[in-house]
Write a protein that binds this ligand. Sequence first.
Ligand SMILES: C[S@@+](CC[C@H](N)C(=O)[O-])C[C@H]1O[C@@H](n2cnc3c(N)ncnc32)[C@H](O)[C@@H]1O
Length: 215
Amino acid sequence: MRMRIKKHGAERLQACDNLLLDRPAAPISSSREVIGEDLPLWLEIGCGKGDFACGMAERNPDVCFVALERISNVMVNAVEKAAARAENRPDRLRFAIADAASLSEWFAPHSLDRIFLNFSDPWPKKGHTKRRLTYRAFLETYFSLLKPGGKLAFKTDNAGLFDFTLEELAALGKTPDAVTRDLHNSPYNAGNVETEYEKNFSQKGFPIHYLTVTV
Ligand SMILES: C[S@@+](CC[C@H](N)C(=O)[O-])C[C@H]1O[C@@H](n2cnc3c(N)ncnc32)[C@H](O)[C@@H]1O
């Protein structure tokens, strides 16, 4: 499906410039470089239209939350949503237009407390395995960016991608500390913030798969 270019997309992003991070000259090593305060630094990769990022910022006001998305056209929705919220109450949510492949240029080793991957594109064809955001090379990067004790959380509707992710983790010698194939009917659902895809898939009756791994 071709995405329609958003009217005035560049201007709309420009209007929310205060929430957008510039590509850093050197990788970010702490939240102080993002918001001027030392707080836990959390990252969402592939934030889409920003429901999860906004919901997490709301529930976790003492965290610096960075939401990364590679498609600027999609990011317009996310930053406008966040800007509307921040009008009433400035928060510690920021956005980066970037590809996950460039993460090491954005964040220094052991700089992140948590990483969230939500409904990552499944890339079902075998020839596209390396594009999956839970392919082992991506996982290795995430683990190198997380602090000791830091956590990666992953949720998806896609059983194939979930199985693949468990296999990739096992290949790296990592054991998840939480695994469920029905998040919404599990104890891990307490405090869960739903994404746009999650709302859509769960309304259609698809169970949500979820795991976490601690470094
Ligand atoms: C299926 S959508 C899910 C959106 C949102 N996380 C949700 O759950 O509603 C996947 C999102 O990840 C983004 N994405 C895919 N690959 C990416 C990459 N390599 N780097 C950054 N974002 C990526 C896509 O542009 C898209 O917005």
